[in-house]
Design a protein around this ligand. Structure first.
Ligand code: PPE
Length: 311
């Protein structure tokens, strides 16, 4: 039985370094450099069943571009082209018969040299897929989740390169997530080293007040691909969106708070640190943006069809 906040995963095949291998054979050497020091980069992507019965990957090109940017930031040269990785993702989805689910590309440093300098160790790439339901629960999507401002700070921007999805950086997110769960909350909100709101353990954060939306500016947070989509969808609806610093108590007095992420999609927040947010349930702007997002991924929004890559 999985504990709260975990997902047991299984499937048929995993793409490794250019070819599909059976799920159970997707193994690495124990001296895999990334396993010891955490220098690796990954992506999280979702594929959706569309209203016409087909399947489409949401913003595939943007996710693969960010994978390569994460590698570039970390001085890792991925030995494939972005086009090859995009094709490999589609191949892995088909091999697993995945009409809908989550996609996890990972680029990591293989074994050979040990010590902090990975030298010429090979850069290896794996792509796995698995079914993944609502990241923060079906109930959370409708009623909103309960979050806690973490006792752990987000890394300083010159410690964690916030534009990269780097494996080792996620220790910070795991510390925050587990603390939140152990304390009876669903998710953690991290403040940056200045004490301003940055993001959740695996989501960007938005506040709504007086009909306007704000989200923390890019320098200190991951440039979330869902975040970008939601900013666009809100502006499409004529709702003003500002990227500006947010203090902890601005969360408490917001009319609505919601989180975005590939895994979390658009999740309302109903309570933070035992303060009710707004009416204590999913607010109208969150609801409208959630609906707009799910229309896009279902292929029902012609304007943003460019965000979908059909299988
Ligand atoms: N901030 C962080 C720190 C983060 O990890 C994510 C994604 C986001 C923001 C949202 O970014 P985007 O997915 O591009 O909208 N978190 C991934 C990891 C989740 C996991 O538990 O693993 C994700 O949602 O895929």
């Amino acid at each position: 039985m999985a504990s709260k906040g975990t997902t047991q995963v299984t499937g048929k095949a995993i793409w490794m370094d250019g070819a599909l291998v059976p799920w159970d054979d997707a193994q690495v050497h124990v001296l895999t450099h990334t396993l010891h020091y955490g220098l690796g980069v990954f992506e999280g992507i979702r594929c959706y069943r569309t209203a016409d019965g087909r399947s489409a990957v949401f913003r595939l090109g943007e996710h693969v571009r960010r994978l390569f940017e994460s590698a570039h930031i970390n001085l890792m040269a991925i030995p494939f082209t972005p086009q090859q990785i995009e094709a490999a993702i589609l191949e892995t989805l088909r091999a697993n018969g995945m009409a809908e689910g989550y996609i996890r590309p990972l680029a990591y440093i293989g074994h050979g040299a040990m010590g902090l300098n990975p030298g010429d160790n090979p850069i290896r790439v794996a792509i796995a897929t698995w079914p993944w339901g609502k990241y923060l629960g079906d109930e959370g999507m409708e009623l909103g989740i309960r979050a806690k401002v973490s006792s752990f700070s987000r890394h300083h921007v010159n410690a964690k390169m916030t534009k990269g999805k780097t494996c080792g950086d996620y220790v910070n997110s795991i510390l925050a997530k587990r603390e939140a769960l152990l304390d009876g909350y669903d998710e953690a909100i991290l403040l940056d080293t200045q004490g301003l709101v940055s993001e959740a353990s695996g989501e960007n954060i938005f506040v709504v007040r007086g009909g306007e939306i704000r989200t923390p500016p890019l320098p200190t947070v991951l440039d979330g691909i869902t975040r970008g989509a939601i900013v666009t969808l809100a502006r499409d609806k004529g709702i003003a969106v500002a990227e500006s610093p947010i203090a902890r108590d601005e969360l408490y007095i917001a009319d609505e708070v919601f989180m975005t992420g590939t895994a979390a999609e658009v999740t309302p927040v109903r309570e933070i640190d035992r303060r009710q947010i707004g009416e204590g349930r999913r607010g109208p702007i969150t609801k409208a943006l959630q609906a707009a997002f799910f229309d896009v991924v279902a292929g029902k929004d012609r304007k943003h069809e460019g965000w979908l890559t059909y299988l």
